[in-house]
Design a protein around this ligand. Structure first.
Ligand SMILES: Nc1ncnc2c1ncn2[C@@H]1O[C@H](COP(=O)(O)OP(=O)(O)OP(=O)(O)O)[C@@H](O)[C@H]1O
Ligand SMILES: [Mg+2]
Length: 367
């Protein structure tokens, strides 16, 4: 087991101007499950491959425990990687697939057998050891790929979207299994996904990347309650946080007809406008005060309903939409008291769960 440290780690691919991973700093604790999450092209796989030794590091360093591994070859780093396409050898049995790396490393047959059997037991693969991969289900194949990493008892597990080939239901089951397995084995793990739900449910901490730049590292709870900037606020959480640009007034900010109290200190760094963020579950539907919406769609879920609306004031647009499609404002309401499509409703953030961001930089202003 070991700690992992990204220390100003930078990767610029040959022929590119911008770094794909730009001065990344993350300290990962011994035994921690760290999830790297971000949109496509944000540099997640590159960061993972730099740690694996599969990608050159052009600036900064990478540490595993107290070893500077920046220039070590992959085989000398004592890491095991699980890829998206498990790349099992089709002509080999499950047991041989799992033991292959040990065989190459010259480990003796009895020891290989022992470690494969242990891993198979942990992963519920004992009945399948003599089968070929093609005679397994997707979930079983995924577990064989995990088994290959486990038998090597490495210092660090690296996983790059290992669940993306599974169907939705199996993905949910398997993510729970991987998270509990990791906790049982206690091996430091870096796990890449673009799925923020996977990140929230699996990680001890989450690191959010955008354009190769680290946005925030925090526990799922911290990240949800105090996103560091507008990007993280909009990326973590589903349905996404509502983000509305509003004018600053005396003693607060103007949210439709209502003035939301915000301390002068919190607004000190902002300009004449700030972005107010409110999660759908923190929206209060009021009678006649706040931001007026026209209800476009009501999604009934039984206990709750989600109301999707458009501000009646055409000057107010929500952040995070694309140009073609105005982003709706989303409010969660009691499933027994839902408005109708076409109704006008007024919404306000619950003052205890409101987020304020700088309109230019996107940085968080409120505590
Ligand atoms: N071999 C390469 N040569 C040049 N540019 C590359 C290479 N590999 C990746 N890139 C670029 O580096 C950036 C980060 O890519 P990376 O694969 O790390 O993203 P990612 O976050 O893993 O995305 P995804 O979710 O789609 O897998 C992208 O802009 C990509 O185009
Ligand atoms: Mg990737």
């Amino acid at each position: 087991m070991a700690t992992v440290k990204y220390d100003e780690s930078t990767r610029i691919y040959p022929g590119n101007d911008a770094p794909s991973v730009d001065r990344l700093n993350i300290d990962i604790a011994d035994g921690e499950f760290l999830v790297l999450v971000g949109p496509s092209g944000s540099g997640k796989s590159t960061a993972l491959r730099m740690l694996a030794g599969l990608e050159e590091v052009n600036g900064g360093k990478i540490w595993i425990g107290d070893r500077d591994v920046t220039n070590l070859s992959p085989k000398d780093r004592d890491v095991a990687m699980v890829f998206q396409n498990y790349a099992l050898y089709p002509h080999m049995s499950v047991a041989d697939n799992m033991g292959f790396a040990l065989k190459i490393a010259g480990v003796d047959k009895g020891e290989i057998r022992k470690r494969v059997e242990e891993a198979a037991k942990i992963l519920d693969l004992e009945p399948y050891l003599e089968r070929k991969p093609k005679a397994l289900s997707g979930g079983q194949r995924q577990r064989v790929a995990m088994g290959r990493a486990i038998v090597r008892s490495p210092q660090v597990f690296l996983m790059d979207e290992p669940l993306s080939n599974l169907d939705a239901k199996l993905r949910v089951q398997t993510r729970t299994q991987i998270a509990s397995l990791q906790r049982r084995l206690g091996v430091t793990t870096v796990y890449v996904t673009h799925d923020q739900v996977e990140a929230m449910t699996m990680g001890d901490r989450i690191a959010v990347l955008k354009d190769g730049i680290l946005q925030q590292v925090a526990t799922p709870r911290e990240m949800y309650d105090s996103p560091a900037n507008v990007f993280v606020a909009g990326f973590i959480g589903s349905p996404a946080m509502n983000l509305v640009s509003v004018p600053v007034t005396d003693g607060g900010v103007k949210f439709g007809s209502h003035t939301l109290p915000v301390s002068r200190d919190a607004l000190a760094g902002g300009g004449s406008n700030v972005i107010v963020g409110v999660r759908p579950e923190d929206v209060e539907v009021t009678s006649g005060e706040g931001l007026e919406l026209t209800v476009d769609v009501v999604e009934e879920l039984g206990a709750d309903a989600y109301v999707y609306g458009t501000p009646t004031d055409e000057n107010i647009r929500l952040e995070g939409g694309d140009d073609a499609l105005a982003k709706p404002f989303i409010a969660r309401v009691d499933g027994r008291r839902v408005p109708m499509k076409g109704d006008k409703v007024f919404v306000q953030p619950n003052a205890d769960h409101m987020h304020v961001f700088n309109a230019d930089s996107g940085a968080r202003l409120s505590g």
